[in-house]
Design a protein around this ligand. Structure first.
Ligand SMILES: *Cc1c(COP(=O)(O)O)cnc(C)c1O
Length: 427
């Protein structure tokens, strides 16, 4: 046998043996996840089955095109994988079609822009500093650079999306596309309102459920599927799948979306990630996932109550979802200091603007908290009260090193009671 490079022995070495440097970093990150409290609402922990699908040989396959109509040979197996993923997603959400190829949430949104707008056209989305997303019109994102943005907002009185403003802005500017959906809005979005307004001006209505998808799938948050022309989402947030995106919608838009994703925006789909999306959908179709979705919302409500009980202010007075926006002004701490202090004790959150925030975005007056990841670990109402106490104690002891050290050890203690990937940590 002739020698080949790399040799079979070299190619089949484990990561640990071949690259201890990267292996150790992965171990360190697994340990950080295992022994901390992950409260960023857009994060979650995937199952071992999803991890295995992502780390599979499907990463080797090029499959540009649609199942049955590919530009490469050898696609008969991955065709089955993609068909399975799409069919399960359609069953889960009750959608006419699902394009599971977008690499992320922003790519899914971009596909809708490509399919329905021309550069310079007008669209409408929620203001970024009041809960919207980068891809809904930020001036540094493609959406704000290539299209004309009309932004609606929330009411100062109650923190809720202002339906009168949505309607009057739509009538005045006549956008071709109306986007509903958010990254930091905790309440139920009135999908029907957006459908009605879109119909009044002949616009396309896109719902971006990147944050709420898992709750929608589990029946804990109202679905926009009956109302929206297109529904975009990430798959790695409440849906608990691989880091990725997808577009669902009404049958008449299938062709336009498929064309916009490929060849419009992307080359080869990531077949290993699509396999993981199929696994994610199988999990989300189980009765257990309904229990999970309901628990995520119940935990978020319990956490909001527990924080309010301790004198903190929650934007809109509570939540209908997995997230809450905490206004830290009553305790005289900025979002930036809040994020750093909580990080110090092993509670991971992100600073966030509150509506009508007097602070610049680099400082912010609030933090955004979410319960999807803690709920995946099995935590419930009792733990939410404990977590609220940790958060309150840390935020009212900024700079008190001894106190923060003791909270850090309590956080670790609690996390140890709810093992995550302990089996993946090499002792
Ligand atoms: C997270 C998010 C996205 C983007 O997801 P990426 O996968 O990071 O590109 C899009 N829209 C909304 C509303 C989001 O919250």
């Amino acid at each position: 046998m002739t020698a080949t490079t790399p040799s079979y022995e070299a190619r089949t070495k484990s990561l640990k043996d071949f690259d201890p440097e990267v292996f150790t970093l992965i171990q360190k990150e697994t340990e950080r996840q295992e022994y901390g409290l992950e409260m960023i609402p857009s994060e979650n922990f995937v199952s071992e089955a999803v991890l295995q699908a992502m780390g599979s040989t499907l990463t080797n396959k090029y499959a540009e095109g649609q199942p049955g109509k590919r530009y490469y040979g050898g696609c008969h197996v991955v065709d089955e994988v993609e068909n399975l993923a799409s069919a399960r997603i359609c069953e889960l959400f009750g959608a006419d079609f699902a394009n599971v190829q977008p690499h992320s949430g922003v790519q899914a949104n971009q596909a809708v822009f490509e399919a329905f707008l021309k550069p310079g056209d007008t669209f409408m989305g929620l203001r970024l500093d009041q809960g919207g997303h980068l891809s809904h019109g930020s001036p540094v994102n493609f959406s704000g650079m290539h299209y004309k943005v009309v932004a609606y907002g929330v009411r100062e009185s109650d923190g809720l999306i202002d339906p009168d403003q949505v309607r009057s802005l739509a009538k005045e500017h006549r956008p071709k596309l109306i986007i509903a959906g958010a990254s930091a809005y905790s309440r139920q979005i009135d999908w029907k309102l957006f459908r009605e307004v879109a119909d009044e001006i002949g616009a396309v209505f896109m719902a971006d459920i990147a944050h709420y998808a898992g709750l929608v799938a589990g029946g804990a948050y109202e679905s926009p599927i009956p109302y929206a022309d297109l529904v975009t989402t990430t798959t790695h947030k409440t849906l608990r799948g691989p880091r990725s995106g997808m577009v669902m919608g009404k049958e008449q838009h299938r062709k336009a979306i498929n064309k916009a994703v490929f060849p419009g925006l992307q080359g080869g789909p990531h077949m290993h990630t699509i396999a993981a999306k199929a696994v994610m959908a199988k999990e989300a179709l189980t009765p257990d996932f309904k229990v999970y979705a309901a628990a995520v919302v119940a935990n978020a409500r319990a956490l909001a109550d527990a924080l309010m009980k301790r004198g903190l202010n929650i934007v809109s007075g509570g939540t209908d979802s997995h997230l809450l926006l905490v206004d830290l002004r009553p305790i005289g701490v900025t979002g930036k200091v809040g994020e750093e202090t909580l990080d110090r004790v092993g509670v991971t959150v992100n600073k966030n603007t509150v509506p009508f925030d007097p602070q610049p975005p680099s400082v912010c007056s609030g933090v955004r908290l979410g319960t999807p990841a803690l709920t995946t670990r099995g935590m419930g109402i009792a733990e939410m009260d404990q977590v609220a106490q940790f958060i309150y104690d840390a935020l009212t002891n900024v700079g008190n090193e001894a106190k923060l050290k003791s909270i850090e050890s309590d956080v670790k203690e609690l996390s140890k009671k709810f093992p995550l990937y302990k089996h993946r940590l090499v002792k």
